[in-house]
Every structure is written in structure tokens, then in C-alpha cells.
Design a protein around this ligand. Structure first.
Ligand code: NAD
Ligand code: TYD
Length: 336
């Protein structure tokens, strides 16, 4: 069995990754590690311990002794999802972003180096490249030019990972993915926020002129890409991951409205986000050529499936929106 530590396992992509890896990698034993911030929810991992190949440990990536304890048994791989992830929150306060995204990554890198492992994967974002004009796509050679405290902290972590590979030969890989959507996404990000607002009969707040472009990828495709990087990625490399699905926010909003049978009167135009990146688009040729991965979920199908998931899991998002799941955790695990 390959023992794989998954930090940030109780969040959106981490929990989807654990589920997907349990399905497709029979020789992996996964240890989920998560601080359970406002975005982490143990209910996202409900039932997975029963597979006998998953366990959950509550802890912070900034806590070096707690991270060291994860290495008490040999670790084959570590994949780091743990982060503060919302751009708008980073505009209101950057401290937690620097602490977790940079400081926490440094702790993980030091413990990985001290104890040894076969592969370290840093899950990063296309946002480290900054903003594109109407033409072109980000490649792994694009310069880092982050515009928000969130993306700046992710870029800082990417550079730290690179330095540990160069300086200490740590077998580390960085991935940079475009915007994800799918089940279990926290309803502060645009797709689940808009779906759940509409289900509650509320309007959806569209920033600025709504012509900003994002390159959407279904979370299952992202997780499959990460599994191939963890298994077969070359240390020292960066791999871009993208959905090849560029949409303006206006087009995205109309697609969500259509799916829920609502009209344009549900759109509320609001003030733009400061330094709002205009366009992201990923060139994912490298991972396609070198690791044979490409996205499979078509956007219309993936969006319909996602809307259905939020319709069918109203208790999940209502609890998350109201902070109820924190109480569930205290009942289940006896406090924090
Ligand atoms: P999320 O906010 O849903 O989950 C983050 C998780 O990290 C939560 O469970 C939270 O409790 C945990 N966490 C936060 N601080 C921690 C700490 N100090 N110690 C331990 N755990 C901590 O985010 P997500 O959307 O699942 O993103 C996961 C990763 O993927 C992030 O690194 C993000 O930058 C990256 N990413 C996200 C997207 C996207 O579209 N969501 C795209 C590309 C890359
Ligand atoms: P978001 O989901 O926050 O992801 P990111 O900023 O990391 O790309 O936002 C996606 C796009 O949707 C982005 O262009 C900002 C826009 N947006 C809105 O128009 N209204 C909203 O309420 C939110 C949260 C985002």
C-alpha cells in the first residue's frame, strides 16, 4: 500500500480527490489532514473511513509537530490542497492567506524533506499567472504576475516548492489549474453561490460588466489529472491543467439561470472586484503529451449534474451557509 497524505482533504477539491483516488487507486491508503476552517467540512468525507483505506486527522499545516506526527509511519506521497482560497476574502484581509498558503507550505516542505517521501504535489492555480488580454493562453513558461493577495500567496508557495526541489532535491511537482466546479464546492464561489441563491429565490450578484472570462473544469477531471501527476509526474516540473472551456461570467450566469428555469431579472449588477482579472485560459498541452491526461466532462453535462447535486443536497448547503456543520463536527469529534 502507498500511504498518501492529503492536506486540505475536507475542502471542495480535496474531498473529491479522496473519493476519486479511493475509486481508482486500489493500492493507495489515504490520510486526510485538515484544520476544518470555515471552508472545511468533515461531512464532505462522510462514510469514506468505512473503505478501510481512508482515515481523517484534524490538524493545521502550520503546526510542525502535528505534521511531523503524520510521518511516524512511512509516507509515499503528499498532495497539498490546504489553503485559504477565496479572492474576495483575501482583499479584506491577507494575513491568513500568507500564514497558511506560504507558511503552511513551508512546514509541509520541511517535514517532507526531513522524513523523506517519493512525491510531493503542490496544488496551485492559474491565477498565479495574472490576467490575459483577449488572445493567448497561459503556458508553464508564462511569467508569474499575481494580482490578488490570494494569488500572490499561491505564487509565493510555488516558488518555495521550486526552491526545495533545487536546493534539497525534494521530489516536488507544482500543478496550476483553472476554475473548478462540481459537488461540495463552498457556496462563496460563483457557481454554487449563484445556484444556491436562485434556489433560495435570491438574486445573483454579477461583478462589473460581467465580461471577465474563466476557463471552467469539472472537479473530477482536475482530480484525475492530479492522480496522474502524483503517480507519474516528473519532479521539478510544473503542469498546467485546464478545462478548455472559456466562458464570460454573463454566459455562465445565463447557463445557470436556464438550468434553473429563471430569467434575467434575477441578475443584480454590482460593483466590480478591485483588480479583477479579466481573462484566464490554460494551455494544457504538456500534461496531455507527457501524462496522457485531457478533460472529459463536457460543460453542459457537468453544469446540469452540478445543479442537480445542489438541488438534491439542500441540507448540505443550508448547513454550510449557516455554519451548522461546525456544530456537527463538535458533536462527532468532541470539539476543536
Ligand atoms: P476550499 O476552500 O474548498 O478548501 C480548502 C481546505 O483547506 C478546507 O478544507 C480548509 O479547512 C483547509 N485548510 C485551510 N487552512 C488550513 C490549514 N492551515 N491547515 C490545514 N487545512 C487547512 O478550497 P478548494 O477549492 O478545494 O481548493 C483546494 C486547493 O486547490 C487550494 O490550494 C486552491 O488554491 C487550489 N485550486 C482551487 C481551484 C478552484 O477553482 N477551487 C482552482 C485551482 C487551484
Ligand atoms: P470566483 O468563483 O470567486 O473565482 P475566481 O475569482 O478565483 O476566479 O469568481 C469567478 C468569477 O465570477 C470571477 O470573475 C468573479 C465573478 N463573481 C461574480 O461576478 N459574482 C460573485 O458573487 C462572485 C463570488 C464571483
Amino acid at each position: 500500500m502507498k500511504r498518501v497524505i492529503v492536506t486540505g482533504a475536507a475542502g471542495f477539491i480535496g474531498s473529491n480527490f479522496v473519493r476519486r483516488a479511493l475509486e481508482t487507486q486500489p493500492d493507495w491508503h489515504l490520510v486526510g489532514y485538515d484544520a476544518l476552517t470555515y471552508a472545511g467540512n468533515v461531512q464532505n468525507l462522510a462514510g469514506l473511513e468505512q473503505t478501510g483505506r481512508f482515515e481523517f486527522v484534524h490538524g493545521d499545516i502550520c503546526d510542525a509537530p502535528a505534521v511531523a506526527a503524520l510521518f511516524a509511519a512511512p509516507v509515499w506521497g503528499l498532495i497539498n490542497f490546504a489553503a485559504e482560497t477565496h479572492v474576495d476574502r483575501s482583499i479584506h484581509g491577507a494575513a491568513a492567506f500568507v500564514q497558511t498558503n506560504i507558511g503552511g507550505t513551508q512546514v509541509l516542505l520541511d517535514e517532507a524533506r526531513k522524513h523523506g517521501l517519493e512525491k510531493y504535489v503542490q496544488v496551485s492555480t492559474d491565477e498565479v499567472y495574472g490576467s490575459l488580454g483577449p488572445e493567448g493562453r497561459f503556458t508553464e513558461q508564462s511569467p508569474l504576475a499575481p494580482n490578488s493577495p490570494y494569488s500572490a500567496s499561491k505564487a509565493g508557495a510555488d516558488l518555495l516548492v521550486r526552491s526545495y526541489w533545487r536546493t534539497h532535491d525534494l521530489p516536488a511537482v507544482v500543478t496550476r489549474c483553472s476554475n473548478n466546479y462540481g459537488p461540495y464546492q463552498f457556496p462563496e464561489k460563483v457557481i454554487p453561490l449563484f445556484i444556491t441563491n436562485l434556489l433560495e429565490g435570491k438574486q445573483v450578484p454579477l461583478y462589473g460588466d460581467g465580461l471577465n472570462v474563466r476557463d471552467w473544469i469539472h472537479v473530477r477531471d482536475h482530480c484525475d489529472a492530479l492522480i496522474s501527476v502524483l503517480a507519474r509526474g516528473t519532479p521539478g516540473e510544473v503542469y498546467n491543467i485546464g478545462g478548455d472551456c472559456e466562458l464570460t461570467n454573463v454566459a455562465l450566469t445565463h447557463a445557470i439561470l436556464r438550468e434553473l428555469g429563471k430569467d434575467e431579472s434575477m441578475i443584480r449588477r454590482v460593483k466590480d472586484r478591485p483588480a479583477h482579472d479579466r481573462r484566464y485560459a490554460i494551455c494544457a498541452d504538456k500534461i496531455a503529451t507527457q501524462l496522457g491526461w485531457s478533460p472529459r466532462v463536457d460543460f453542459a453535462t457537468g453544469l446540469a449534474e452540478t445543479v442537480r447535486w445542489y438541488v438534491e443536497n439542500e441540507a448540505w448547503w443550508r448547513a454550510v451557509k449557516s455554519g451548522e456543520y461546525q456544530k456537527y463536527y463538535e458533536l462527532q469529534y468532541g470539539g476543536r
